[in-house]
Design a protein around this ligand. Structure first.
Ligand SMILES: Cc1cc2nc3c(=O)[nH]c(=O)nc-3n(C[C@H](O)[C@H](O)[C@H](O)COP(=O)(O)OP(=O)(O)OC[C@H]3O[C@@H](n4cnc5c(N)ncnc54)[C@H](O)[C@@H]3O)c2cc1C
Length: 458
Protein backbone atom coordinates (compact mmCIF):
# COMPACT_ATOMS: atom_id res chain seq x y z
CA UNK A 1 0.00 0.00 0.00
CA UNK A 2 1.29 3.48 -0.90
CA UNK A 3 -0.56 5.10 1.99
CA UNK A 4 -2.34 4.08 5.16
CA UNK A 5 -5.02 6.69 4.51
CA UNK A 6 -5.91 8.73 1.44
CA UNK A 7 -8.18 11.70 2.02
CA UNK A 8 -10.00 13.17 -0.97
CA UNK A 9 -10.74 16.88 -0.45
CA UNK A 10 -8.97 19.42 1.79
CA UNK A 11 -12.04 21.17 3.17
CA UNK A 12 -12.78 21.19 6.92
CA UNK A 13 -13.80 17.50 6.84
CA UNK A 14 -10.52 16.41 5.22
CA UNK A 15 -8.35 18.80 7.24
CA UNK A 16 -9.68 17.70 10.63
CA UNK A 17 -9.46 14.03 9.66
CA UNK A 18 -5.79 14.56 8.70
CA UNK A 19 -5.15 16.61 11.85
CA UNK A 20 -6.52 13.92 14.16
CA UNK A 21 -4.69 11.11 12.36
CA UNK A 22 -1.22 12.72 12.35
CA UNK A 23 -1.50 14.02 15.88
CA UNK A 24 -2.70 10.78 17.39
CA UNK A 25 -0.55 8.45 15.24
CA UNK A 26 2.41 10.41 13.78
CA UNK A 27 3.78 7.41 11.87
CA UNK A 28 0.77 7.02 9.55
CA UNK A 29 1.36 7.63 5.84
CA UNK A 30 -1.36 10.01 4.75
CA UNK A 31 -2.05 11.73 1.44
CA UNK A 32 -4.62 14.43 0.69
CA UNK A 33 -5.74 14.92 -2.91
CA UNK A 34 -7.36 18.26 -3.62
CA UNK A 35 -8.80 19.66 -6.87
CA UNK A 36 -8.04 23.24 -5.90
CA UNK A 37 -4.98 25.19 -4.89
CA UNK A 38 -3.09 25.59 -1.65
CA UNK A 39 -4.41 28.38 0.58
CA UNK A 40 -1.85 31.04 -0.34
CA UNK A 41 -2.62 30.63 -4.06
CA UNK A 42 -6.41 30.77 -3.74
CA UNK A 43 -7.55 34.04 -5.27
CA UNK A 44 -10.92 34.86 -6.80
CA UNK A 45 -10.29 37.14 -9.85
CA UNK A 46 -13.39 39.28 -9.15
CA UNK A 47 -11.97 42.64 -8.02
CA UNK A 48 -15.11 44.73 -8.54
CA UNK A 49 -13.25 46.91 -11.08
CA UNK A 50 -11.60 45.02 -13.95
CA UNK A 51 -13.51 41.79 -13.32
CA UNK A 52 -16.93 42.39 -11.86
CA UNK A 53 -18.59 39.00 -12.03
CA UNK A 54 -17.77 35.31 -12.15
CA UNK A 55 -15.68 34.21 -15.14
CA UNK A 56 -16.06 30.48 -14.42
CA UNK A 57 -12.45 29.62 -13.52
CA UNK A 58 -11.45 25.99 -13.98
CA UNK A 59 -10.93 25.67 -10.21
CA UNK A 60 -13.20 28.05 -8.32
CA UNK A 61 -11.00 29.62 -5.64
CA UNK A 62 -14.02 30.33 -3.45
CA UNK A 63 -15.13 26.70 -3.33
CA UNK A 64 -11.93 24.68 -3.85
CA UNK A 65 -8.47 24.36 -2.37
CA UNK A 66 -7.05 24.02 1.15
CA UNK A 67 -9.84 25.08 3.50
CA UNK A 68 -12.55 23.99 1.04
CA UNK A 69 -15.70 26.06 0.66
CA UNK A 70 -15.04 27.40 4.15
CA UNK A 71 -11.77 29.20 3.42
CA UNK A 72 -13.23 32.62 2.63
CA UNK A 73 -16.29 32.03 4.72
CA UNK A 74 -17.32 34.01 7.70
CA UNK A 75 -15.87 31.26 9.88
CA UNK A 76 -19.01 30.84 11.96
CA UNK A 77 -18.71 27.57 13.80
CA UNK A 78 -22.20 26.80 15.10
CA UNK A 79 -21.99 24.34 17.98
CA UNK A 80 -25.44 22.82 17.88
CA UNK A 81 -27.42 19.81 16.74
CA UNK A 82 -30.39 21.99 15.74
CA UNK A 83 -28.98 22.86 12.32
CA UNK A 84 -25.87 22.45 10.21
CA UNK A 85 -26.37 18.76 9.53
CA UNK A 86 -27.62 15.47 10.89
CA UNK A 87 -24.35 14.05 12.20
CA UNK A 88 -26.10 13.33 15.52
CA UNK A 89 -28.37 10.81 13.79
CA UNK A 90 -25.28 8.64 13.22
CA UNK A 91 -23.15 9.26 16.29
CA UNK A 92 -25.57 10.64 18.89
CA UNK A 93 -26.08 14.22 20.10
CA UNK A 94 -23.62 14.06 23.01
CA UNK A 95 -20.72 12.82 20.87
CA UNK A 96 -21.53 15.25 18.06
CA UNK A 97 -21.46 18.15 20.52
CA UNK A 98 -18.24 16.90 22.13
CA UNK A 99 -16.54 16.71 18.71
CA UNK A 100 -17.72 20.21 17.72
CA UNK A 101 -16.30 21.55 21.00
CA UNK A 102 -13.04 19.66 20.33
CA UNK A 103 -12.82 21.31 16.88
CA UNK A 104 -13.48 24.68 18.51
CA UNK A 105 -10.58 24.11 20.94
CA UNK A 106 -8.26 23.25 18.03
CA UNK A 107 -9.30 26.41 16.18
CA UNK A 108 -8.60 28.47 19.29
CA UNK A 109 -5.17 26.86 19.66
CA UNK A 110 -4.34 27.73 16.03
CA UNK A 111 -5.00 31.46 16.04
CA UNK A 112 -8.66 31.73 17.03
CA UNK A 113 -7.99 32.67 20.67
CA UNK A 114 -9.75 35.88 21.68
CA UNK A 115 -12.64 35.42 19.23
CA UNK A 116 -16.11 35.60 20.68
CA UNK A 117 -18.45 32.70 21.48
CA UNK A 118 -22.08 33.83 21.30
CA UNK A 119 -25.00 31.92 22.76
CA UNK A 120 -28.75 31.99 22.12
CA UNK A 121 -29.77 30.02 25.20
CA UNK A 122 -30.98 32.63 27.65
CA UNK A 123 -31.92 35.76 25.85
CA UNK A 124 -34.88 38.12 25.83
CA UNK A 125 -34.68 38.00 22.04
CA UNK A 126 -36.18 34.49 22.17
CA UNK A 127 -39.30 35.87 23.91
CA UNK A 128 -39.55 38.76 21.46
CA UNK A 129 -39.37 36.24 18.58
CA UNK A 130 -42.05 33.99 20.10
CA UNK A 131 -44.36 36.96 20.59
CA UNK A 132 -44.14 37.56 16.85
CA UNK A 133 -44.60 33.98 15.59
CA UNK A 134 -40.86 33.55 15.08
CA UNK A 135 -38.79 30.72 16.53
CA UNK A 136 -35.16 31.33 17.52
CA UNK A 137 -33.08 28.14 17.34
CA UNK A 138 -30.58 27.21 20.07
CA UNK A 139 -26.85 27.41 19.33
CA UNK A 140 -23.46 28.55 20.49
CA UNK A 141 -21.67 30.39 17.70
CA UNK A 142 -17.92 30.89 17.51
CA UNK A 143 -17.34 33.70 15.07
CA UNK A 144 -13.79 33.58 13.73
CA UNK A 145 -14.46 36.03 10.91
CA UNK A 146 -13.08 35.66 7.41
CA UNK A 147 -9.67 37.05 8.39
CA UNK A 148 -9.05 34.93 11.53
CA UNK A 149 -10.51 31.88 9.79
CA UNK A 150 -7.75 32.23 7.23
CA UNK A 151 -5.10 32.58 9.95
CA UNK A 152 -6.37 29.39 11.61
CA UNK A 153 -6.36 27.52 8.29
CA UNK A 154 -2.87 28.72 7.54
CA UNK A 155 -1.61 27.55 10.94
CA UNK A 156 -3.30 24.17 10.50
CA UNK A 157 -1.65 23.84 7.08
CA UNK A 158 1.77 24.76 8.43
CA UNK A 159 1.37 22.08 11.11
CA UNK A 160 0.32 19.42 8.60
CA UNK A 161 2.34 20.05 5.45
CA UNK A 162 5.52 18.24 6.53
CA UNK A 163 3.60 15.26 7.87
CA UNK A 164 0.97 14.80 5.16
CA UNK A 165 1.52 14.38 1.44
CA UNK A 166 -0.65 17.17 -0.01
CA UNK A 167 -1.42 17.00 -3.76
CA UNK A 168 -3.04 20.22 -4.90
CA UNK A 169 -4.63 20.77 -8.32
CA UNK A 170 -5.01 16.99 -8.42
CA UNK A 171 -8.67 15.99 -8.65
CA UNK A 172 -9.38 12.34 -8.05
CA UNK A 173 -11.19 10.76 -10.98
CA UNK A 174 -12.00 7.25 -9.79
CA UNK A 175 -11.93 5.09 -6.68
CA UNK A 176 -11.51 1.36 -7.21
CA UNK A 177 -12.25 -1.23 -4.55
CA UNK A 178 -9.40 -3.73 -4.15
CA UNK A 179 -9.47 -7.03 -2.32
CA UNK A 180 -7.83 -5.15 0.51
CA UNK A 181 -7.95 -1.38 0.44
CA UNK A 182 -8.57 1.07 -2.37
CA UNK A 183 -7.00 2.41 -5.55
CA UNK A 184 -7.36 6.14 -6.05
CA UNK A 185 -6.89 7.35 -9.64
CA UNK A 186 -6.17 10.88 -10.82
CA UNK A 187 -5.61 11.92 -14.46
CA UNK A 188 -1.94 10.97 -14.34
CA UNK A 189 -1.33 8.69 -11.37
CA UNK A 190 -2.86 6.07 -9.13
CA UNK A 191 -2.19 5.19 -5.51
CA UNK A 192 -3.26 2.45 -3.16
CA UNK A 193 -4.37 2.91 0.44
CA UNK A 194 -5.74 0.87 3.32
CA UNK A 195 -8.48 3.36 4.16
CA UNK A 196 -10.02 6.12 2.14
CA UNK A 197 -11.88 9.18 3.41
CA UNK A 198 -13.98 11.01 0.83
CA UNK A 199 -14.73 14.62 1.81
CA UNK A 200 -15.46 16.41 -1.44
CA UNK A 201 -18.04 18.95 -0.26
CA UNK A 202 -20.66 20.60 -2.37
CA UNK A 203 -18.31 21.34 -5.26
CA UNK A 204 -17.73 17.59 -5.53
CA UNK A 205 -21.43 16.72 -5.57
CA UNK A 206 -21.59 15.62 -9.23
CA UNK A 207 -18.40 13.60 -8.86
CA UNK A 208 -19.72 11.98 -5.66
CA UNK A 209 -22.90 11.01 -7.47
CA UNK A 210 -20.88 9.33 -10.22
CA UNK A 211 -18.64 7.48 -7.75
CA UNK A 212 -21.67 6.19 -5.83
CA UNK A 213 -23.15 5.01 -9.12
CA UNK A 214 -19.89 3.28 -10.18
CA UNK A 215 -19.48 1.58 -6.79
CA UNK A 216 -23.16 0.78 -6.42
CA UNK A 217 -23.47 2.77 -3.20
CA UNK A 218 -27.07 3.61 -2.41
CA UNK A 219 -28.11 7.26 -2.32
CA UNK A 220 -31.27 9.20 -1.57
CA UNK A 221 -32.34 12.62 -2.79
CA UNK A 222 -31.93 15.45 -0.29
CA UNK A 223 -33.69 18.77 0.07
CA UNK A 224 -32.75 22.01 -1.61
CA UNK A 225 -33.10 25.46 0.01
CA UNK A 226 -34.09 28.32 -2.26
CA UNK A 227 -34.43 32.01 -1.52
CA UNK A 228 -32.72 35.38 -1.49
CA UNK A 229 -30.01 37.22 0.42
CA UNK A 230 -31.27 40.27 2.25
CA UNK A 231 -29.00 43.30 2.78
CA UNK A 232 -29.92 46.22 5.01
CA UNK A 233 -28.28 48.85 7.24
CA UNK A 234 -26.41 47.11 10.08
CA UNK A 235 -28.14 49.31 12.70
CA UNK A 236 -31.50 47.65 12.01
CA UNK A 237 -30.26 44.24 13.17
CA UNK A 238 -27.65 45.44 15.67
CA UNK A 239 -29.77 44.55 18.73
CA UNK A 240 -29.80 40.93 17.47
CA UNK A 241 -26.31 40.64 16.02
CA UNK A 242 -24.51 42.42 18.89
CA UNK A 243 -25.90 39.90 21.35
CA UNK A 244 -26.18 36.72 19.25
CA UNK A 245 -24.03 37.44 16.21
CA UNK A 246 -26.07 35.00 14.16
CA UNK A 247 -29.72 34.32 14.86
CA UNK A 248 -31.33 31.35 13.15
CA UNK A 249 -34.98 32.27 13.10
CA UNK A 250 -37.75 30.12 11.65
CA UNK A 251 -41.18 31.42 10.57
CA UNK A 252 -44.21 29.39 9.45
CA UNK A 253 -46.14 31.25 6.76
CA UNK A 254 -49.85 31.94 7.15
CA UNK A 255 -50.59 31.26 3.53
CA UNK A 256 -49.04 27.84 2.89
CA UNK A 257 -47.68 26.90 6.33
CA UNK A 258 -44.24 26.67 4.71
CA UNK A 259 -41.20 27.23 6.88
CA UNK A 260 -38.95 30.17 5.97
CA UNK A 261 -35.71 30.60 7.90
CA UNK A 262 -32.85 33.03 8.23
CA UNK A 263 -29.48 31.58 7.34
CA UNK A 264 -25.85 32.73 7.44
CA UNK A 265 -26.19 36.16 9.05
CA UNK A 266 -23.24 38.47 8.47
CA UNK A 267 -23.23 41.64 10.57
CA UNK A 268 -21.39 44.47 8.81
CA UNK A 269 -20.54 41.98 6.08
CA UNK A 270 -20.41 41.72 2.31
CA UNK A 271 -22.57 39.90 -0.18
CA UNK A 272 -20.58 37.66 -2.54
CA UNK A 273 -21.32 35.46 -5.53
CA UNK A 274 -20.36 31.82 -5.64
CA UNK A 275 -20.02 29.35 -8.45
CA UNK A 276 -21.15 25.76 -7.98
CA UNK A 277 -20.61 23.63 -11.07
CA UNK A 278 -21.02 26.69 -13.33
CA UNK A 279 -24.14 28.03 -11.62
CA UNK A 280 -23.79 31.44 -10.01
CA UNK A 281 -25.59 31.94 -6.73
CA UNK A 282 -25.31 34.45 -3.92
CA UNK A 283 -23.76 34.12 -0.45
CA UNK A 284 -22.27 36.37 2.22
CA UNK A 285 -19.48 36.76 4.75
CA UNK A 286 -17.98 39.32 7.12
CA UNK A 287 -14.62 40.20 8.63
CA UNK A 288 -13.70 40.23 12.31
CA UNK A 289 -11.37 43.19 11.65
CA UNK A 290 -13.47 46.40 12.02
CA UNK A 291 -11.39 48.06 9.29
CA UNK A 292 -12.79 45.60 6.73
CA UNK A 293 -16.39 45.73 7.85
CA UNK A 294 -19.18 47.45 5.91
CA UNK A 295 -22.25 49.44 6.99
CA UNK A 296 -24.60 46.62 6.03
CA UNK A 297 -25.77 43.34 7.51
CA UNK A 298 -26.77 40.48 5.22
CA UNK A 299 -28.53 37.17 5.71
CA UNK A 300 -30.36 34.62 3.61
CA UNK A 301 -34.08 33.85 3.73
CA UNK A 302 -34.60 30.30 2.56
CA UNK A 303 -37.45 27.89 1.92
CA UNK A 304 -36.73 24.14 1.82
CA UNK A 305 -38.06 21.93 -0.97
CA UNK A 306 -37.70 18.17 -1.03
CA UNK A 307 -38.96 16.11 -3.97
CA UNK A 308 -39.35 12.36 -3.76
CA UNK A 309 -41.91 10.83 -6.15
CA UNK A 310 -42.04 10.75 -9.19
CA UNK A 311 -39.60 13.67 -9.47
CA UNK A 312 -36.62 13.16 -7.16
CA UNK A 313 -34.08 15.71 -8.26
CA UNK A 314 -34.39 18.47 -5.62
CA UNK A 315 -31.00 19.91 -6.62
CA UNK A 316 -32.03 19.91 -10.29
CA UNK A 317 -35.05 22.00 -9.33
CA UNK A 318 -32.84 24.49 -7.45
CA UNK A 319 -30.34 24.52 -10.32
CA UNK A 320 -32.96 25.38 -12.91
CA UNK A 321 -34.18 28.31 -10.80
CA UNK A 322 -30.60 29.53 -10.41
CA UNK A 323 -30.00 29.12 -14.16
CA UNK A 324 -33.12 31.17 -14.89
CA UNK A 325 -31.77 33.94 -12.68
CA UNK A 326 -28.34 33.67 -14.37
CA UNK A 327 -30.08 33.86 -17.77
CA UNK A 328 -32.06 36.99 -16.87
CA UNK A 329 -29.34 38.78 -14.91
CA UNK A 330 -26.13 37.34 -16.39
CA UNK A 331 -25.32 36.37 -12.81
CA UNK A 332 -26.80 37.70 -9.59
CA UNK A 333 -29.95 39.87 -9.69
CA UNK A 334 -30.54 42.61 -7.11
CA UNK A 335 -33.92 44.18 -6.36
CA UNK A 336 -35.16 46.73 -3.82
CA UNK A 337 -37.90 45.32 -1.59
CA UNK A 338 -40.06 48.36 -2.49
CA UNK A 339 -39.75 47.53 -6.20
CA UNK A 340 -40.64 43.90 -5.59
CA UNK A 341 -43.77 44.86 -3.66
CA UNK A 342 -44.80 47.35 -6.39
CA UNK A 343 -44.39 44.65 -9.04
CA UNK A 344 -41.64 46.41 -10.95
CA UNK A 345 -38.02 45.64 -11.69
CA UNK A 346 -35.20 47.55 -10.06
CA UNK A 347 -33.05 49.64 -12.36
CA UNK A 348 -29.52 51.04 -12.02
CA UNK A 349 -31.10 54.42 -11.26
CA UNK A 350 -33.32 53.07 -8.49
CA UNK A 351 -30.43 51.15 -6.93
CA UNK A 352 -28.16 54.24 -7.17
CA UNK A 353 -30.79 56.32 -5.40
CA UNK A 354 -31.34 53.71 -2.70
CA UNK A 355 -30.21 54.55 0.85
CA UNK A 356 -28.66 51.09 1.13
CA UNK A 357 -25.41 50.87 -0.85
CA UNK A 358 -25.02 47.35 -2.26
CA UNK A 359 -21.82 45.53 -1.29
CA UNK A 360 -21.99 43.31 -4.41
CA UNK A 361 -22.20 44.56 -7.97
CA UNK A 362 -25.24 42.75 -9.33
CA UNK A 363 -27.69 43.33 -12.18
CA UNK A 364 -30.85 45.18 -11.09
CA UNK A 365 -33.89 43.11 -12.08
CA UNK A 366 -37.09 41.46 -10.97
CA UNK A 367 -36.84 38.44 -8.69
CA UNK A 368 -40.54 37.67 -9.06
CA UNK A 369 -39.74 36.51 -12.60
CA UNK A 370 -37.31 33.98 -11.18
CA UNK A 371 -38.63 32.58 -7.91
CA UNK A 372 -41.82 30.46 -7.84
CA UNK A 373 -44.76 32.39 -6.36
CA UNK A 374 -45.04 30.12 -3.33
CA UNK A 375 -41.41 30.77 -2.36
CA UNK A 376 -41.61 34.49 -3.13
CA UNK A 377 -44.81 34.86 -1.06
CA UNK A 378 -43.16 33.07 1.88
CA UNK A 379 -40.12 35.35 1.74
CA UNK A 380 -42.28 38.49 1.63
CA UNK A 381 -44.33 37.25 4.62
CA UNK A 382 -41.14 36.55 6.55
CA UNK A 383 -39.75 40.02 5.81
CA UNK A 384 -42.90 41.55 7.31
CA UNK A 385 -42.60 39.20 10.32
CA UNK A 386 -38.95 40.21 10.85
CA UNK A 387 -40.01 43.85 10.54
CA UNK A 388 -41.83 43.39 13.87
CA UNK A 389 -38.67 42.39 15.76
CA UNK A 390 -36.30 44.53 13.66
CA UNK A 391 -38.31 47.51 12.42
CA UNK A 392 -37.05 48.70 9.07
CA UNK A 393 -36.51 45.23 7.61
CA UNK A 394 -39.47 45.83 5.28
CA UNK A 395 -38.20 49.26 4.15
CA UNK A 396 -38.38 49.97 0.43
CA UNK A 397 -34.58 50.19 0.18
CA UNK A 398 -33.87 46.78 1.70
CA UNK A 399 -31.97 44.91 -0.99
CA UNK A 400 -32.74 41.37 -2.08
CA UNK A 401 -30.16 39.42 -4.09
CA UNK A 402 -31.11 36.29 -5.94
CA UNK A 403 -30.96 33.64 -6.01
CA UNK A 404 -29.48 31.99 -2.99
CA UNK A 405 -29.62 28.23 -3.32
CA UNK A 406 -28.24 25.80 -0.77
CA UNK A 407 -27.63 22.58 -2.61
CA UNK A 408 -27.41 19.58 -0.36
CA UNK A 409 -25.59 16.61 -1.68
CA UNK A 410 -27.62 13.50 -2.05
CA UNK A 411 -27.68 11.48 1.14
CA UNK A 412 -25.20 8.62 0.82
CA UNK A 413 -26.15 5.36 2.56
CA UNK A 414 -23.67 5.05 5.45
CA UNK A 415 -23.46 3.06 8.66
CA UNK A 416 -23.06 4.53 12.15
CA UNK A 417 -19.30 4.90 11.52
CA UNK A 418 -19.94 7.02 8.40
CA UNK A 419 -18.59 4.08 6.39
CA UNK A 420 -20.08 3.09 3.03
CA UNK A 421 -20.97 -0.51 2.21
CA UNK A 422 -17.21 -1.01 1.72
CA UNK A 423 -15.34 -1.30 5.04
CA UNK A 424 -12.72 1.45 5.27
CA UNK A 425 -14.34 3.70 2.64
CA UNK A 426 -15.66 6.64 4.65
CA UNK A 427 -17.78 9.42 3.18
CA UNK A 428 -17.97 12.54 5.32
CA UNK A 429 -18.70 16.26 5.36
CA UNK A 430 -21.07 18.04 3.02
CA UNK A 431 -20.29 15.57 0.23
CA UNK A 432 -22.04 12.81 2.16
CA UNK A 433 -25.25 14.80 2.59
CA UNK A 434 -24.85 14.32 6.35
CA UNK A 435 -23.41 17.76 7.15
CA UNK A 436 -23.89 21.28 5.83
CA UNK A 437 -21.65 23.39 8.02
CA UNK A 438 -18.08 23.99 9.09
CA UNK A 439 -18.53 22.55 12.57
CA UNK A 440 -20.42 19.41 11.54
CA UNK A 441 -18.08 18.72 8.58
CA UNK A 442 -15.00 19.18 10.80
CA UNK A 443 -16.49 16.98 13.53
CA UNK A 444 -17.23 14.24 10.99
CA UNK A 445 -13.54 14.31 10.01
CA UNK A 446 -12.37 13.84 13.61
CA UNK A 447 -14.96 11.10 14.10
CA UNK A 448 -13.80 8.92 11.20
CA UNK A 449 -10.13 9.55 12.02
CA UNK A 450 -10.77 8.13 15.50
CA UNK A 451 -12.56 5.14 13.96
CA UNK A 452 -9.58 4.52 11.69
CA UNK A 453 -7.14 4.85 14.60
CA UNK A 454 -8.95 2.03 16.34
CA UNK A 455 -8.52 -0.35 13.41
CA UNK A 456 -5.51 0.80 11.37
CA UNK A 457 -2.02 -0.45 12.25
CA UNK A 458 1.00 1.29 10.76
C1 LIG B 1 -19.11 31.78 0.88
C2 LIG B 1 -19.42 30.68 1.89
C3 LIG B 1 -19.62 31.00 3.22
C4 LIG B 1 -19.89 30.01 4.16
N1 LIG B 1 -19.99 30.36 5.47
C5 LIG B 1 -20.17 29.41 6.41
C6 LIG B 1 -20.18 29.74 7.79
O1 LIG B 1 -19.95 30.88 8.19
N2 LIG B 1 -20.43 28.73 8.69
C7 LIG B 1 -20.65 27.44 8.30
O2 LIG B 1 -20.87 26.59 9.16
N3 LIG B 1 -20.60 27.10 6.99
C8 LIG B 1 -20.35 28.04 6.03
N4 LIG B 1 -20.30 27.69 4.71
C9 LIG B 1 -20.42 26.26 4.38
C10 LIG B 1 -19.12 25.52 4.73
O3 LIG B 1 -18.05 26.17 4.09
C11 LIG B 1 -19.22 24.05 4.35
O4 LIG B 1 -20.31 23.47 5.03
C12 LIG B 1 -17.93 23.28 4.70
O5 LIG B 1 -16.83 23.87 4.07
C13 LIG B 1 -18.04 21.82 4.28
O6 LIG B 1 -16.82 21.19 4.50
P1 LIG B 1 -16.40 19.89 3.64
O7 LIG B 1 -15.02 19.53 4.05
O8 LIG B 1 -17.46 18.88 3.75
O9 LIG B 1 -16.43 20.36 2.10
P2 LIG B 1 -15.72 21.56 1.35
O10 LIG B 1 -15.34 22.63 2.28
O11 LIG B 1 -16.59 21.89 0.20
O12 LIG B 1 -14.36 20.91 0.81
C14 LIG B 1 -14.35 19.92 -0.16
C15 LIG B 1 -13.03 20.00 -0.92
O13 LIG B 1 -12.96 18.85 -1.78
C16 LIG B 1 -12.38 19.24 -3.02
N5 LIG B 1 -12.80 18.28 -4.05
C17 LIG B 1 -14.05 18.16 -4.62
N6 LIG B 1 -14.04 17.13 -5.51
C18 LIG B 1 -12.79 16.62 -5.50
C19 LIG B 1 -12.15 15.54 -6.21
N7 LIG B 1 -12.81 14.79 -7.11
N8 LIG B 1 -10.84 15.30 -5.96
C20 LIG B 1 -10.13 16.06 -5.06
N9 LIG B 1 -10.69 17.09 -4.36
C21 LIG B 1 -11.99 17.34 -4.58
C22 LIG B 1 -12.90 20.64 -3.25
O14 LIG B 1 -12.04 21.34 -4.12
C23 LIG B 1 -12.93 21.22 -1.83
O15 LIG B 1 -11.76 21.94 -1.53
C24 LIG B 1 -20.01 28.65 3.74
C25 LIG B 1 -19.84 28.32 2.40
C26 LIG B 1 -19.53 29.30 1.47
C27 LIG B 1 -19.31 28.91 0.03
Amino acid sequence: MDYDVIIIGAGPGGIFAAYELVNKRPGLRIAVFESGNELAKRRCPIDGKRIKSCINCKHCSIMSGFGGAGAFSDGKYNITNEFGGTLYEYIGKAQATELMEYVDAINLAHGGQGTKLYSTTSTAIRTMCMQNKLNLLNASVRHLGTDINRVVLNNLYEGLRSRVDFRFLTPVEHIEVLEEGYLVRTASESHTCKKCIVSVGRSGSKWMERVCHELDIETESNRVDIGVRVELPAELFAHLTDELYESKIVYRTNKFEDKVRTFCMNPRGSVVSENTNGIITVNGHSYEDPARQTNNTNFALLVSKHFSEPFKDSNGYGESIARLSNMLGGGIIVQRFGDLIRGRRSTHNRIDESFVVPTLTAEPGDLSLVLPKRIMDGIIEMIYALDKIAPGTANDDTLLYGVEVKFYNMQVRLNENLESRYPGLYIIGDGSGVTHSLSHASASGVFVARDILETCNE
